[in-house]
Design a protein around this ligand. Structure first.
Ligand code: TRP
Length: 450
């Protein structure tokens, strides 16, 4: 199969690959974005739609992207082009690789702003400034940060510089190794906070809110939000998993690896929900308060629990780390493209790409203060970037990936590659050819009619 197997090194083990994939998947999407989206969409309806999208759409598309990447062995644009050509199909499939790279670029611009919030909160919690504070003063601290374009710019810059240095120097592997220790630690801290919540009220209410089936709130918008978030949280629909797949050894089992990634990612997100919502309810906060949700809720708990300053500092450190292992995967494809397609070196490519992302990020953060009146079709710049990518670009690029695998590639070789016997192969085909693509389309159409 491998057309250009010598192009680059492969993962030494499937474990190294899982680390990199989990590092990319688990990030701000799980801890910052998932809870506030649940809150904005009214709770369990979103959670149920999200789990459904992960299983029936996200999982097969993750497998599809790795499969394409492993065949192509190159960057997403050349991979789509080569694999399509070798299947006797049009090379213009490469456009799917291109939209993916653009998507990553756009996502990183606002992702870095939130990474900056997390960095800022390391120092705030660490200096003990939340000790004994009530929900009003915690919210006031957050609002003051948002109102200050200068503060947001400084921390966004720091986050972008960290990301750029790691990508530019090419030490992403080292970072992923650190993930071996730090990711489990993040899981532990989340469960410590969940444990605190069990003792301090609001827990039953939160469990109810997250899991008691209440489908009355399910509508096209909620479904589209859940679909977009399923893509966002798994890092699919952007070509990064296609790129990672190109490093994947032949012996790695795609299905079981995808299952591991999806389960870990989901457990972290649900744990974040259980860490945050009890605090929301026991303090009478509004679950629908938007992107600031974790920043106005968790510090209340850190301010009152024993060793709260230490636990809180560690918590924000670890989510910053999780954000960095994701942000490097958002920057890498653009850098790789510039490096391959222009005379620029890796260092210069990294600097150019990072400055462009950084500038767009400035526009995004200004939408919280100086430019708050400026809107694009009713959304501020930050929201517009988030919505365009999550609700349109990721699902459409992912849809293309699954259609490519389900309908354009030779099916017999895929069955072999996935190692499926007849029954499970039938099941895979039904999902890849029909269920996943049709589900994406239905969600689109219903949300358009809403
Ligand atoms: N999945 C990451 C998170 O949940 C964000 C992310 C990294 C991403 N790479 C991506 C999202 C590629 C979409 C596409 O925080």
């Amino acid at each position: 199969m491998a057309i250009n197997k010598q192009e680059h090194a492969q993962w030494s083990s499937s474990f190294g690959f899982v680390l990199a994939a989990v590092g990319s998947a688990v990030g701000l999407g799980n801890i910052w974005k998932f809870p506030y989206m649940v809150g904005e969409s009214g709770g369990s309806a979103f959670v149920i739609a999200y789990l459904f999208c992960l299983a029936l759409i996200g999982f097969p598309i993750l497998v599809a992207e790795w499969l394409i990447g492993r065949r192509g062995q190159k960057n997403p644009i050349n991979t789509y082009s080569d694999v399509a050509a070798s299947e006797g199909k049009s090379r213009s499939w490469s456009i799917v690789g291109a939209t993916g790279i653009l998507g990553g670029f756009l996502i990183l611009s606002f992702y870095s702003v939130i990474g900056g919030w997390a960095l800022n909160y390391i120092t705030k919690v660490g200096s003990g400034s939340f000790a004994g504070q009530d929900s009003d003063s915690v919210a006031a601290t957050f609002d003051a940060m948002l109102a200050s374009a200068g503060t947001l710019t400084i921390w966004h810059t720091v986050f972008m510089v960290i990301t750029a240095v790691i990508v530019g120097v090419g030490v992403t592997k080292g970072i992923e190794n650190a993930a071996k220790i730090l990711m489990p630690l993040l899981g532990v801290i989340l469960f410590v906070i969940v444990g605190y919540n069990v003792m301090n009220g609001g827990f039953g209410e939160a469990v109810n809110y997250l899991f008691a089936p209440d489908l009355s709130k399910l509508n096209g918008d909620v479904m589209l939000a859940a679909l977009g978030h399923a893509f966002f949280t798994l890092s699919i629909g952007m070509g990064i998993m296609v790129a990672y797949g190109s490093y994947l050894g032949r012996d790695v089992n795609l299905l079981s690896t995808a299952r591991t990634v999806v389960i870990l990612d989901t457990v972290i997100a649900l744990a974040a929900g259980l860490a945050i919502f009890p605090i929301i309810f026991s303090n009478g906060l509004d679950p629908a308060s938007g992107p600031g949700l974790i920043f106005v809720s968790l510090p209340i708990a850190f301010g009152s629990m024993g060793a709260g300053a230490i636990i809180g500092t560690l918590f924000f450190l670890l989510i910053t780390f999780a954000a960095v292992t994701s942000s490097i995967s958002l920057l890498e494809p653009t850098v790789e493209l510039l490096e391959e397609r222009t005379p620029m070196s890796r260092t210069v490519s990294t600097i150019v790409a990072s400055i462009a992302v950084w500038l767009l990020g400035i526009a995004a953060l200004l939408s919280f203060n100086l430019w708050s009146d400026f809107t694009i079709m009713g959304n501020g710049i930050f929201d517009a970037l988030d919505k365009v990518t999550s609700k349109f670009m990721l699902p459409l690029t992912g849809l293309a990936a699954i259609i490519f695998v389900g309908w354009q590639m030779d099916q017999r070789s895929i069955q072999q590659e996935l190692g499926l016997s007849n029954f499970t192969w039938q099941l895979w085909q039904i999902i890849a050819k029909f269920v996943a693509p049709i589900a994406v389309l239905i969600v689109f159409v219903t949300s358009l009619m809403n």
